[in-house]
Design a protein. Structure first.
Length: 145
């Protein structure tokens, strides 16, 4: 699937949609291992049965009240350049939701999105590192309602 009218160089130019999947994050890494993923691919699912959260926690979604997606970026940079990326993604999401939808969120450091004192989403950032360089990154973004 491809979206028309995107102004991005590569993020979102290729989308893999699944009605149901174990985990968008795991699927991205499976495609990385098989060398079957394009830079900027977004993997999106209605239902996620074994989603990954931080500290090995599971993150489940259903088709009615949740968003679950992961995106893959091919990298070639020093590890230190990605320090703080999860919080930067969270800050960007907060800014976008405020600007477009007038929804005020806060961030529970480092990766939770909070609305009126309740966690409503999170971000999971995983990297593949070789030596001191990051080769690739998969970022999962999920909401819970």
């Amino acid at each position: 699937m491809q979206l028309e009218g995107l102004e991005t160089e590569f993020l979102g130019r290729h989308i893999v949609y699944k009605q149901e999947i174990d985990s968008t994050q795991l699927e991205a890494w499976r495609q990385v291992e098989k060398k079957q993923i394009q830079n900027g691919t977004i993997i999106l699912a209605e239902i996620q049965t074994e989603g990954k959260g931080t500290h090995g926690r599971k993150w489940y979604t259903d088709e009615k009240n949740n968003i679950a997606f992961s995106f893959f970026l091919q990298m070639n940079c020093e590890i230190r350049k990605l320090e703080g990326i999860t919080i930067e993604i969270a800050e960007t999401l907060v800014e976008i939701l405020e600007r477009l939808y007038h929804i005020s969120l806060s961030i529970k450091f480092p990766n939770d999105l909070v609305f009126q004192g309740k966690k409503i989403g999170g971000i999971l950032t995983e990297t593949k590192v070789k030596g001191e360089r990051v080769e690739s990154i998969v970022v999962g973004i999920r909401n819970e309602y």
